[in-house]
Write a protein that binds this ligand. Structure first.
Ligand code: BEZ
Ligand code: FE
Length: 327
């Protein structure tokens, strides 16, 4: 921190920033103004006093010189876009009060088991957008999709081929395939963590009095051939938790809360990027209207009837892992 002289502003003693500090701040402001677009800068006094026209500059000019550059970049842009949005739709006071009430109720809905803000991010497509930006992969590598709130650490690790359904009367299914790198080599020791809903469309954690913990969950490890297979239930479509403000929002927007049937996977191996993904049941009615936008064409798996096998369906899917990013 550069030392500055002491002066008096509005009757209060305050430290006047040194020439260096002022120059630094002015350069930060110029950068901020470049980011927000100089065209919005119509009146220099708007930097100090808030006006409708100069609202963005008034707020962003307050950013301190010690602020982390990344935080400054994010907040400057966020303020720019939030103000532009508010001006574009001319939010009324009643609408803003309703928005505050919505966010307050969203916060109150959150606890250890329920994260209504993540659901909000999911239904407006933000979760999928953040994931898309952060998991760009080469052609042919398995794509990510949304994680969802129902993963549990500590699921039992089973021998390859085991049945993850501890209790249930759904349609039985064998899930099988391989884990390979982008050159087609089998990956030895890949960890495959899976979880799905029951025949009623609920995860075990949503029905602690009905389903045993770890029902339809398990962890498997590949051998040198990279092959995996396990038995479970053919997943069914289900609504995301819609008894809170996010469900009400979907209702107001004329949107249903359903997700197409899917099996969740986290596939990881040393030296490779971890895949957080699903395989989707190919004939599901919600494939094109997933409430959280999680469907990607490459993740749709055929659920074939399997008359000769010991489960009713067979769902093949091969995972292709990308090498870890090097700095
Ligand atoms: C899920 O697939 O488990 C899920 C994803 C997003 C929101 C709710 C549930
Ligand atoms: Fe799910």
């Amino acid at each position: 921190m550069v030392a500055g002289a002491v002066g008096v502003i509005n009757g209060k003693r305050c430290k006047r920033p040194s020439a260096d500090a002022r120059a630094e701040k002015s350069s930060l402001m110029s950068t901020a103004l470049e980011i927000i677009g100089a065209s919005e800068m119509t009146d220099k006094s708007a930097i100090d006093y808030f006006t409708e026209v100069g609202s963005v500059e008034a707020v962003n000019a307050r950013t301190g010189t010690d602020t982390s550059p990344r935080l400054a970049e994010i907040m400057t842009s966020l303020v720019k876009h939030l103000h532009a949005f508010t001006k574009e739709v001319e939010i009324t006071q009643d609408e803003w009060n309703a928005a505050i009430d919505f966010f307050t109720r969203t916060g109150h809905m959150c606890d250890e088991y329920r994260q209504e803000f993540i659901l909000l991010s999911d239904v407006v497509g933000l979760s999928m957008l953040v994931d898309a930006i952060n998991s760009r992969r080469p052609e042919g590598a398995t794509e990510n999709t949304v994680m969802g709130p129902f993963h549990l650490e500590g699921a039992p690790e089973y021998e390859m081929g085991a049945n993850i359904t501890l209790q249930g009367k759904g349609e039985t299914c064998t899930f099988a395939g391989s884990v390979r790198d982008t050159q087609g080599n089998a990956i030895d020791g890949a960890k495959i963590d899976v979880w799905s809903d029951s025949e009623d469309g609920y995860y075990d954690v949503q029905q602690p009095d009905i389903q045993p913990l770890y029902n339809n969950r398990g962890v498997f490890r590949t051998g040198a051939d990279g092959i995996y297979h396990f038995k479970g239930q053919k997943p069914v479509s289900y609504p995301i938790p819609d008894d809170g403000p996010v469900g009400q929002l979907l209702g107001h927007l004329g949107r249903h809360p359903n997700r197409p049937a899917h099996m969740h996977y986290i596939v990881s191996a040393p030296g490779f990027q971890t895949i957080v993904t699903h395989t989707f049941v190919d004939d599901d009615q919600y494939l094109t209207s997933d409430a959280v936008f999680g469907v990607k064409e490459s993740l749709i798996s055929t659920f074939e009837e399997n008359p000769a096998g010991d489960t009713k369906f067979h769902a093949p899917f091969d995972f292709v892992l990308t090498a870890e990013k090097t700095a």
